[in-house]
Design a protein around this ligand. Structure first.
Ligand SMILES: Nc1ncnc2c1ncn2[C@@H]1O[C@H](COP(=O)(O)OP(=O)(O)OP(=O)(O)O)[C@@H](O)[C@H]1O
Ligand SMILES: [Mg+2]
Length: 360
């Protein structure tokens, strides 16, 4: 079955209570969204062989594409948790199989009105400096005379309020669209502008995607040369929504030189390839240590690994950014790096390479 029809086997007698159970099971499953197809998991055909016994045992197999076991596991957990709360259900048996061949994913050709280029900043691993790099890249592109926006796509852990030193809520002129916050010459939007940064976000997957898509589409970005999107770590639902819902000029993958971070960067690279988003290149963050006192350089981690990996994959290497106290302090204070510092120049050269890659 691929989409549309739902078949369900009822074992033994088809009593009224079992029929009620089936409709509850179906409507529960219909509330779980497959991040890949954006349809519910029944309609998308992920649920196969659904059975409900008169003893209240639900069983089915969850057939995901070979590359989406991680997403499949999340769906399985969600389905089990929700079905287990239904009265009358005594057991939930879900077998996860990766038997569906991946379909060719065609990214949306639709851009955002007035926005020339969208660039996604990603990494497989958390804490490698995506947000810091995204903000400094945005400021450096602005210093080249470009109109730049930045969108914080991290709904669970927004960073932009802190990085830009912003503590104000966005306004709305018509009650439908929001005006971005203006900070340091950038137009910015983050869920953190609307909520207390320390309040935990307890939204479920589909709500997170809706919030992200609203921040993308229902914000008056105006005319922009570049909109930078700072993605959350990993290769999850937000990444897929982005690739499927809007035309992205390219993704930049940030990695630190350590092997583990590099392996995750490779995963991010493969994910973008699968969803047909061009990868503009790799960046090595915290590439080497620059002493704030003597400006002497130490290669703490074996620096150069990201460049070698980029060469291996045939992807451009966009730059090496040092681990430097000024970069961390600027991030903590929410003030961009002073333009004449050596660090600001490194980001400027990086920005020039990025702009050259997308400008046409
Ligand atoms: N080049 C750098 N030099 C010094 N400190 C840095 C550098 N890059 C990032 N940092 C610091 O490292 C920490 C993590 O950076 P950041 O929040 O940008 O990472 P991230 O990849 O966005 O994390 P997450 O995955 O949680 O979103 C921050 O304290 C930041 O100030
Ligand atoms: Mg971040």
């Amino acid at each position: 079955m691929d989409g549309g029809s739902i078949t369900c086997t009822i074992s033994s007698t088809q009593s009224g209570s079992v029929v009620t159970l089936i409709s509850q099971v179906s409507s529960t499953l219909q509330r779980i969204i497959d991040p890949l197809s954006q349809k519910d998991i029944l309609t998308s055909g992920l649920v196969q062989g659904l059975k409900v016994s008169d003893l209240g045992v639900v069983s089915f197999s969850l057939e995901v594409e070979t590359d989406y076991m991680e997403a499949g596991l999340k769906i399985k957990e969600q389905a089990a948790a929700r079905l287990n709360t239904l009265p009358g259900i005594t057991d939930v048996q879900i077998v996860l199989t990766a038997s569906r061949k991946p379909k060719a994913h065609t990214p949306s050709q639709e851009g955002l009105p007035g926005v020339r280029h969208i660039i996604a900043i990603a990494s497989g691993k958390g804490g490698v400096g995506k947000s810091t790099t995204a903000v400094n890249l945005a400021c450096a592109l602005h210093s080249l005379g470009l109109k730049v926006g930045i969108l914080d796509a991290d709904i669970y852990g927004p960073s932009l309020p802190r990085l830009l030193g912003v503590n104000e809520k966005p306004t709305s002129d018509d009650g439908k669209t929001m005006n971005p916050i203006q900070a340091h010459g950038l137009k910015a939007m983050s869920i953190g502008f609307m909520m207390d940064e320390k309040a935990p976000v307890i939204w479920r997957g589909p709500m997170v995607q809706t919030a992200f898509l609203q921040m993308l589409r229902q914000v008056n970005w105006g005319d922009l040369d570049v909109l930078i999107i700072d993605l959350p770590p990993g290769t999850g639902d937000i990444h897929l929504s982005l690739a499927q819902r809007v035309k992205v000029s390219g993704a930049i993958i940030i990695s630190t030189p350590q092997d583990l971070a590099l392996a995750d960067a490779r995963k991010a690279y493969e994910m973008f390839l699968k969803v047909n988003v061009p990868v503009l290149g790799f960046v090595e963050n915290m590439s080497y240590f620059l002493c704030p006192h003597c400006e002497g350089r130490s290669d703490i981690f074996e620096h150069g690994g990201v460049e070698a990996e980029a060469a291996l994959l045939g992807v451009p290497f966009l730059g090496a950014i040092p681990l430097h106290m000024d970069i961390r302090e600027a991030a903590e204070k929410g003030t961009p790096l002073a333009p004449d510092t050596p660090q600001a120049k490194i980001y400027k050269e990086f920005a020039e390479r990025v702009w050259d890659a997308i400008r046409n």
